[in-house]
Ligand binder design. Structure first.
Ligand code: SF4
Length: 182
């Protein structure tokens, strides 16, 4: 049973972009140990690698269809208008980009900009790889995020999980593999 107070967050958007079935498991409150470890490692990397002046930020917003949205942002440099998301590896980099675009969208939905009116931008940080990537929210991303939120809301009431991925290469790294393939 899915809670009526479902709020869609950035990690769920990332899961959905990787594999709708992964999002479906997560919507049912299933978090495998490996996933929790990855989140904890990300937090540790985040806390040990970057400036203390940056702030964790939590933001709530509503999608155009009224769906409640929430973002827990690793670090925000408010002065320069940059949201940071820390990851350990780049194997899911497209999902990472969408997670960060989602957070930028929440700011946009709330009308939040830098002091000079310029929209916030994002930065993916890969401290173990010593790499960063700039991420921007472009006009074409708004509709895509709207569609993703609507699809996740539908998944929340869907009784059976979406099909498994046909490309099994990603599944080998997914903590839900045993649930999907036994
Ligand atoms: S094991 Fe594969 S099909 Fe199952 S949730 Fe993970 S990525 Fe999706």
């Amino acid at each position: 049973m899915i809670s009526k107070s479902l709020r869609i967050g950035g990690m769920l958007i990332g899961y959905y972009r990787l594999c709708p079935r992964k999002a479906w498991w997560s919507l049912r409150g299933i978090a495998m140990e490996q996933e929790s470890d990855a989140v904890a490692l990300g937090r540790l990397l985040d806390e040990s690698s970057y400036a203390r002046s940056d702030k964790h930020l939590e933001i709530e917003a509503e999608a155009p269809d009224g769906t409640p949205l929430v973002g827990k942002i690793d670090r925000a440099n408010l002065k320069h208008g940059v949201l940071h998301e820390t990851k350990k590896g780049r194997s899911c980099e497209d999902a990472h980009r969408w997670q960060l675009r989602f957070y930028l969208w929440l700011l946009y939905r709330n009308g939040v900009t830098r002091a000079d009116g310029v929209p916030f931008s994002g930065q993916l940080d890969y401290p173990l790889l010593r790499r960063t990537e700039a991420v921007f929210l472009e006009a074409e991303h708004y509709l895509e995020l709207e569609k993703n939120v609507a699809a996740i809301s539908s998944l929340a009431i869907q009784e059976i999980p979406p099909p498994v991925l046909t490309q099994r290469s990603f599944c080998a790294k997914c903590s839900f593999e045993e649930l999907c393939f036994g």
